[in-house]
Design a protein. Structure first.
Length: 304
């Protein structure tokens, strides 16, 4: 746990260093963006990105802009998810949500700003790497592509759209639809962080595919754990409202299958994810592989 806390501090230092300065006529927007990122979070995606980059021999300098971009994209998704038009939540990461603190319009703009800034940061890094070293430039461009695709219509935004639509219609989703929602809404960004990190280190296609499968299984385990915590967790530890799924009559894996079976599924998916990581053949840094396996276990047993 001490090691994980060091990794979180490291990710915090890197991510926060990319936040914009709060000045100029758009100062309120910049404050709302910075508030959303600074207010907390586990920094899971940047931690994963850096570990996978190091696993394949890339450096902190190679990974840093991508780590910030991943956390900005993840944070924008939370800011928009909390808006009145979506979940209408007032509490996130133990603090007022961005729209609660800055108003709805600024909440929308803060999310837009974070998403655009993420791609601005990445595009600068790609151009810098291309100028310095062609191989590193191509690897950075590949990481860019992975993140863009997984964040968009074939990833997180696609998953969120079906989730929102089925909530609005107050209808039970089919197993296939639930699988689509979890794969895209939750797994896609975890896959992106892990695959982009490995790409920066030059991992081959076979390893990238194993990493995608690991991210997919981890994301589902993570989401089912989230469903369980919405039923059994407490607001103070979680830093967000609980009982939301039941209140909104939302069907989740946990509400369909019950807590006991859901716990078993989480364990099975976590073991599956760890199995893929053990199969990776091009790993250069075994310490990072071990860390990732431990991290997967701690995430799916988490209480916050
Ligand atoms: C608005 C395009 C758009 C997408 C929203 C992220 C999301 C999609 C919805 C939030 C609700 C939710 C249950 C998402 C699933 C992923 C998840 C459990 C996110 C929370 O991630 P953590 O636990 O959050 O890593 P912290 O605060 O620790 O960073």
């Amino acid at each position: 746990m001490a090691y994980l806390s060091n990794k979180k501090e490291e990710a915090d230092r890197i991510v926060l260093s990319f936040l914009p300065e709060e000045s100029g006529y758009d100062k309120t927007l910049l404050k709302a963006m910075n508030y959303s990122v600074k207010v907390g979070g586990k920094r899971l995606r940047p931690i994963l990105l850096l570990s996978f980059a190091r696993m394949y021999g890339a450096t902190e300098a190679d990974a840093a802009p991508f780590m910030a971009a991943m956390e900005f994209i993840h944070t924008y998704s939370l800011v928009h998810d909390d808006l009145p038009a979506m979940d209408n939540d007032m509490l996130r990461r133990g603090n007022p949500t961005t729209h609660a603190a800055f108003g709805e319009a600024m909440g929308i703009l803060a999310g837009d700003g974070l998403l655009s800034e993420a791609f601005t940061i990445i595009s600068h890094q790609v151009l810098k790497q291309v100028a310095l070293d062609q191989i590193k430039g191509i690897r950075a461009a590949k990481a860019f592509q992975i993140i863009a695709e997984k964040a968009g219509i074939n990833g997180m935004v696609g998953g969120q759209s079906l989730d929102v639509e089925s909530d609005k219609d107050k209808r039970d989703v089919t197993e296939d639809e639930l699988e689509y929602i979890y794969e895209n809404k939750t797994s896609a960004l975890l896959e992106a962080a892990m695959m982009a990190g490995a790409s920066l280190g030059g991992a081959d296609e076979a390893d990238i595919e194993l990493i995608r499968k690991a991210g997919s299984a981890l994301g589902k385990a993570f989401q089912i754990r989230d469903d369980i915590l919405d039923i059994t967790g407490d607001e103070k530890t979680l830093g967000k409202s609980v009982g939301q799924d039941e209140k909104n009559q939302k069907s989740t894996y946990a509400s369909i299958h019950g807590i006991e079976e859901s716990e078993k599924t989480v364990k099975g998916l976590t073991d599956e994810a760890c199995g893929y990581i053990k199969q990776l053949s091009g790993v250069k840094n075994e310490e990072e592989r071990e860390f990732v396996i431990e991290l997967f276990g701690s995430l799916t047993e988490r209480n916050n």
